[in-house]
Design a protein around this ligand. Sequence first.
Ligand SMILES: NC(=O)c1ccc[n+]([C@@H]2O[C@H](COP(=O)([O-])OP(=O)(O)OC[C@H]3O[C@@H](n4cnc5c(N)ncnc54)[C@H](OP(=O)(O)O)[C@@H]3O)[C@@H](O)[C@H]2O)c1
Length: 251
Amino acid sequence: MKIGIIGLGDVGSGIARKLAAAGYEVKVNNRKQPDELALKAKELGATPATLEEVVKDVDIIFICVPAIAIPLLPKDFLKNVPPDVIIVETTNYYPFRDGGIEELEKGKVESVWVAEQLGRPVIKAFNELPAYALEHLGKAKGEDGRIAIAVSGDDEKAKQIVSRLINDTGFDAVDAGSISESWRHQPGTPAYCTELNAAELKKALAEAVKEKSSSTREFAINKIIKSNPPPSHEEIVKLHRSLFTENAQKS
Ligand SMILES: NC(=O)c1ccc[n+]([C@@H]2O[C@H](COP(=O)([O-])OP(=O)(O)OC[C@H]3O[C@@H](n4cnc5c(N)ncnc54)[C@H](OP(=O)(O)O)[C@@H]3O)[C@@H](O)[C@H]2O)c1
């Protein structure tokens, strides 16, 4: 299976490295000059590609750029991509970083907005797991304490394929429903940044309250931004767990 990844920050790089190590053919793209992109691609075990090349002749395209960058992607960059190519997006909306995006401020589901911007259906996955965990906390299938990742989307076959990829990166996959339900793993929900196993994640997804998520997201990110020194990965997960009674007991 061939993979194209756009955006090589912490999450895009983590996905690229894990999938390349699992034997997938991975092409990558960011905004850097070709020589810098080539170095990064080599480090990840991937092939550097222009935006045109990264979406060509692949089975799955990962879009791993911040929400603010989604409308800035060239309008027609997916125009020659066949409809059966799966688009996975990892975006989390943070107003302090992404600016106020009016529709998201009004409560539009983030992946629904991304799909509208791209003019293509998307699968949401890998968004609620911190990049640190993606890089360091994967485990073999069946091992105790394996962390799970939520997958949302309207195409059941595509979700199954993405779930297999998740498994290959060292995590269990949990079906979180349709794309309109994908708010259940956006920032400010019990699933977000809490590193749960499959049973815990299913419960967290079911217990999410949409109306509370943006205020909870803001509370958490303000604490993180104001922390001096910056919080460790463990402290960030502990903070997110502490926002929800059930998960607080795990911290
Ligand atoms: N970091 C995490 O732990 C994590 C985990 C899950 C989900 N997410 C979400 O995933 C998204 C990406 O997160 P991140 O932390 O990886 O972001 P990041 O570190 O800021 O990296 C963003 C990447 O996107 C690239 N980019 C931006 N605009 C682009 C464009 N127009 N065309 C091509 N590439 C472009 C940047 O390119 P350059 O390198 O060339 O600047 C950079 O490689 C965010 O919405 C974030 O909330 C993050």
